[in-house]
Design a protein around this ligand. Structure first.
Ligand SMILES: [Zn+2]
Length: 443
């Protein structure tokens, strides 16, 4: 024990570790804990009259990504280490398919011409320790989160050091690490290496600074990868994540229907259960949609697109495509599908105050959204003072009798009314894939 304390003290007094630990203290001090920022009672930035949708810009393009497959040190009964060739690892072709083809394709579909990704995949490299020593916890709030955090730091540092020299990690915009194990063995599918205020800063042994890091086990369903990369591309601004999690940190931390035993393939709740604010309508909420979930025949997890909220945060909507309806206005608007890019109107924006506004969008079962449960007009209420993972975006559910927001959009003839805010949104017709809306706002 004394030796351990001594080596911890020595660890602390290396300047880089001191900086790292400083950021760790910072995040422990945040009342929300490791992953959630404290609620900000002041709301959006002071002095900002309205939470305008033109504050966000697209990430730099191309994004250079280094994918690092990581084998664990596994021992045979006689104490010798199992070689990489003898471990149960994905082929590099499978990894290239997921990261260099499917992931690139996702961002091409969501942002034609705006976000290109250049992916380099290293060979498998071996970590110095066993999978148990890097184990994570799939919950966000739990008693041993200090240990989970230190395990994350160790994995990211050891993984970067394993390729140090062969690759200059500082030349990339993100590292995506692929632990060669199942999520059951790892304790969960993975994580973006981040805390409430930003991406921790680490250096390799040779002094190269790590970019933001994603870690997802080789068996992770694909939608977690674009979900994570969206966090990384958006980055942080003023100590807050630009592309927040829209699922519930509380629900994910609650023992019950959500566990890695049924996370994707088991009971009918699973991912839906952790997404009580925006359901399946954004990859930052329930990330992934089970294909044919109404049959017992599981056919995989498909991606979905993003709501206008996340698209705005990634700078993917042109300002001319946003139709603003101010207090006192009445407007008839032809709203084009959100999945189509060369259109006149993608989003309707109804400002309320310096942190709150409504967004209205037309979701069609097509393209990146082709596995959504239905189509229609989706109404989102945004409160920017609500932190990451606590519901900054909440859907107005047009049909709450259907579970898990599966029928959340409004259809022709239906109307949303909020007497207190003096807002009425009426779907008056459908023309091809476009919806005609009448929006009335009182003073
Ligand atoms: Zn996330």
């Amino acid at each position: 024990m004394a030796g351990r304390i001594f080596s911890f003290v020595r660890f602390m007094f290396r300047p880089r570790n001191f900086i790292l630990f400083g950021s760790f203290i910072l995040l422990l001090a945040a009342p929300g804990g490791l992953a959630a920022a404290a609620p900000d009672p002041a709301g959006a930035s002071p002095g900002l009259a309205l939470a305008k949708p033109d504050r966000w810009s697209a990430p730099k393009s191309p994004q250079r990504i280094l994918v690092v497959p990581l084998a664990f040190s596994r021992k045979k009964a006689d104490g010798t280490v199992v070689s990489i060739a003898d471990q149960n690892l994905q082929s590099l072709d499978e990894i290239r398919q997921r990261y260099a083809i499917d992931l690139v394709d996702y961002f091409r579909q969501i942002s034609p011409g705006k976000i290109e990704i250049e992916v380099t995949v290293t060979g498998w490299v071996m970590l110095p320790k066993s999978v148990d020593e890097y184990r994570m916890n799939f919950r966000i709030y739990h008693p041993d989160r200090l240990k989970t955090w230190l395990n994350q730091v160790a994995l990211v540092r050891d993984g970067a050091n394993a390729i140090d020299g062969a690759y200059d990690v500082s030349a990339y915009d993100a590292l995506m690490m692929v632990p060669g194990c199942s999520s059951l063995e790892f304790g969960g599918s993975g994580y973006v290496f981040r805390h409430a205020k930003g991406f921790p800063v680490l250096w390799t042994r040779s002094g190269k600074r790590l970019p933001p890091v994603d870690v997802h086990a080789q068996t992770t369903p694909f939608p977690s990868l674009p979900h994570s990369l969206a966090h990384i591309m958006g980055g942080y601004r003023d100590g807050r994540v630009v592309v927040p999690d829209l699922f519930s940190f509380e629900a994910r931390s609650t023992p019950g229907p959500y566990s890695y035993a049924n996370q994707y393939v088991g009971g009918d709740r699973a991912m839906q259960y952790i997404s009580p604010h925006a359901g399946p309508w954004d990859i930052m909420s329930q990330h992934g949609i089970k294909i044919h979930p109404w049959t017992s025949l599981f056919q995989g997890i498909a991606v979905q697109g993003m709501t206008s909220f996340t698209r705005l945060r990634l700078g993917l909507v042109q300002q001319s495509q946003i139709c603003t309806v101010e207090r006192g206005d009445t407007k008839e608007v032809l709203l084009n599908p959100l999945t189509r890019h060369d259109v006149k109107t993608s989003v309707i924006y109804l400002p309320l105050d310096n942190a709150r506004y409504y967004l209205i969008e037309n979701r069609q079962v097509e393209g990146i959204d082709k596995h959504l449960p239905t189509d229609g007009v989706l109404i989102l209420k945004v409160d920017e003072s609500v932190p990451d993972g606590h519901g900054p975006v909440r859907l107005i559910d047009a049909h709450p009798q259907a579970h898990f927001f599966s029928q959340a959009p409004f259809k022709v003839g239906e109307q949303y009314q909020n007497g207190e805010e003096k807002i009425s949104v009426k779907v008056i017709g459908k023309e091809g894939a476009d919806y005609r809306l009448e929006i009335r706002r009182g003073m």
